[in-house]
Design a protein around this ligand. Structure first.
Ligand SMILES: [Zn+2]
Ligand SMILES: [Zn+2]
Length: 340
């Protein structure tokens, strides 16, 4: 989720090029048809009925290029990177976060420990197992027990996304600057020591594997902090609709509050939607981490599409506090201005 308060980046990167970049991983079939999904999130590649452009006061935003009907699927988006919640690691697909073994007929793949790991990994399909190689082959060369335990004991979720991203950069699947296009969080000096400690663990874990210095050259403290600052405000909690959290959590030790999501993911285009406490669009996850952006009401051509970054049922003061603390801006949407 992005707040887009700055125009800075648009001066160096034209909006047209930005739109082309953002449509990677995005697909749509037009109105309300849900596209069949493969592991990369969809098969149709026509551009969605939206464009990214400058707003009057909130930096970049996403606008409708034609009328969109209430309930319509605007587009789907595959994550750049996704990671399951730690306590649900064996309950969801390690690649796409699909819930495993919901019905008795659904088989899934259990991968035995290889390389330096003594962990088992679970995938919903051979497709996902194959797709996971972009990070998993690198990951299996290192012993992550200290890093993962650190994340678990400190209840950290974003360093797991950085770890996966780092493995994807090492394998050559992504450039090291893949997330530069996203707005970073404004960091305070108190936040830095913890980030440096996480970086130290990531660095030592990878250095102790047989990954070459050349492949690790991008992995500096600055890179880690810059990626984390972007992930912290652009990552979405992936909550599958219609699933029974009680079933999923029955054997999980963590609290329901902390683990209601199957995992976290970062997307490109969905990160460019601005916030509104009375949004006209929202993201739905039905089966896995592939996001479906849907219209909540009729949207005329030219209107800005906005989603709600927080729990919209909170009162005005609580929403303002949450947005300022989590995203660094004061909301001036019609609902907030009217005092609702
Ligand atoms: Zn899967
Ligand atoms: Zn508001």
């Amino acid at each position: 989720m992005v707040r887009s308060l700055s125009f800075r980046r648009c001066t160096s990167l034209s909006l047209r090029r930005l739109n082309i970049l953002l449509y990677r991983g995005v697909s749509t079939t037009g109105n309300s048809t849900v596209p069949p999904e493969g592991s990369n999130g969809g098969i149709t590649r026509s551009p969605p009925p939206i464009r990214v452009a400058l707003t009057e006061s909130a930096g970049r935003g996403v606008f409708a290029t034609r009328r969109i009907g209430s309930g319509d699927l605007i587009h789907t988006a595959a994550p750049v990177v996704a990671h399951p919640s730690i306590s649900l690691r064996h309950k969801v697909c390690y690649f796409c976060l699909k819930q495993l073994g919901i019905d008795r007929n659904s088989a899934y793949i259990q991968e035995e420990p290889t390389g330096n790991t003594n962990q088992r990994f679970h995938f919903c399909s051979e497709d996902c197992r194959e797709s996971s190689k972009v990070f998993h082959e690198v990951e299996c060369q290192a012993d992550w027990s200290v890093y993962d335990e650190y994340c678990r004991s400190h209840q950290l979720k974003y360093p797991l996304l950085v770890k996966r991203l780092a493995c994807m950069v090492i394998s050559g699947a992504l450039p090291a600057n893949q997330l530069d296009i996203l707005q970073p969080e404004k960091l305070t000096s108190e936040m830095i020591p913890a980030m440096e400690e996480e970086f130290g663990l990531l660095w030592s874990t990878l250095t102790e594997s047989c990954i070459s210095n050349e492949q690790m050259a991008f992995l500096t403290k600055q890179w880690y902090i810059s990626i984390l600052a972007r992930i912290r405000i652009n990552a979405f909690r992936v909550e599958l609709v219609g699933m029974s959290y009680e079933d999923l959590l029955s054997s999980a030790a963590a609290s329901v509050e902390a683990e209601a999501a199957v995992g976290n993911a970062v997307y490109m285009l969905p990160s460019f939607y601005n916030h509104d406490c009375d949004p006209n669009a929202h993201i739905v996850w039905t089966e896995n981490a592939n996001a479906r952006m849907k219209a909540l009401r009729d949207i005329p051509e030219g209107e800005e599409l906005r989603i709600c970054y927080i729990d919209a049922s909170m009162d005005r003061d609580a929403r303002q506090a949450r947005l300022l603390e989590g995203f660094g801006f004061r909301c001036n949407c019609l609902r907030c201005v009217s005092g609702d």
